[in-house]
Design a protein around this ligand. Sequence first.
Ligand SMILES: CC(C)(COP(=O)(O)OP(=O)(O)OC[C@H]1O[C@@H](n2cnc3c(N)ncnc32)[C@H](O)[C@@H]1OP(=O)(O)O)[C@@H](O)C(=O)NCCC(=O)NCCS
Length: 168
Amino acid sequence: MTARFCIETLASEHDRTGFSSGVEPLDKYFREQVSQDVRRRVTACYVAVEVATHRLAGYYTLAAGSIPLADVPEQLAKRLPRYRTVPVARLGRLAVHLDYRGQKLGGALLWDGMMRAIRSEVAVFALVVDAKDDQAAAFYRHHGFVEFGSLSHQLILPLTNRVIGVSK
Ligand SMILES: CC(C)(COP(=O)(O)OP(=O)(O)OC[C@H]1O[C@@H](n2cnc3c(N)ncnc32)[C@H](O)[C@@H]1OP(=O)(O)O)[C@@H](O)C(=O)NCCC(=O)NCCS
């Protein structure tokens, strides 16, 4: 069986003009700003391309960040050194085109982001997301993230090398 989508780094040949997730700020950012942010190295962006049509079906952004250790849930924090801040990968935006909703693409993009963060040569101990509202937060909770910190809609998922069989 061949895959319907491939997930790859955003490139200039990708046509972003018709992308519509139904969430205007996410669409506007993707159409108008993301390539500038990528050029300035403040984010990376990955896109899901429908193989048969070359249409863009979804995207997410990923950047390095840090969070205060004091915000990390106790269960996770006890495995960490007593630094003031600890390194994370931040999945800032994630959106699936309306035409491709409910086909497991959002979950696949999330998984792809998690794998890239785990494989990164820059160490990060968790993936952090900024959910734009309660519904988005529910999507992330469904995938194992938990709320943390004092800001609303920030969620965290610890990363483990066991997922890809990297030895300790
Ligand atoms: C949230 C979003 C990315 C989900 O993408 P999607 O491709 O439709 O979702 P999937 O088909 O991959 O769903 C995977 C699983 O998550 C569940 N799920 C999807 N949306 C959910 C939600 N809002 N709350 C709880 N669970 C949800 C699905 O039921 C499915 O469960 P299953 O694997 O047990 O069957 C998509 O709806 C979207 O782009 N929304 C607008 C932008 C947005 O809210 N982005 C979120 C971050 S800001």
